[in-house]
Write a protein of this length. Structure first.
Length: 66
């Protein structure tokens, strides 16, 4: 994980969230995924994960299809 500031471009931020979720799924499993864990891993505010993905199912689907 880099110490770079979180991306501000909406598409880049969404991509960062999806990549973080995909990595976490391999570490904690699909059922262990939470918006909070993803936000922390992606280095973005918690609200960003719910802004782009209203439900965990949406976030899981995006991560698994990436």
């Amino acid at each position: 994980r880099s110490s770079a500031p979180p991306p501000t471009d909406p598409e880049e931020r969404r991509r960062t969230i999806v990549e973080a979720a995909a990595t976490l799924i391999t570490e904690v499993g699909s059922e262990g995924l939470t918006h909070r864990l993803v936000a922390k891993r992606a280095g973005v505010p918690l609200g960003s994960t719910t802004q782009y993905f209203a439900t965990l199912d949406d976030l899981r689907a995006a991560a698994l299809s990436s």
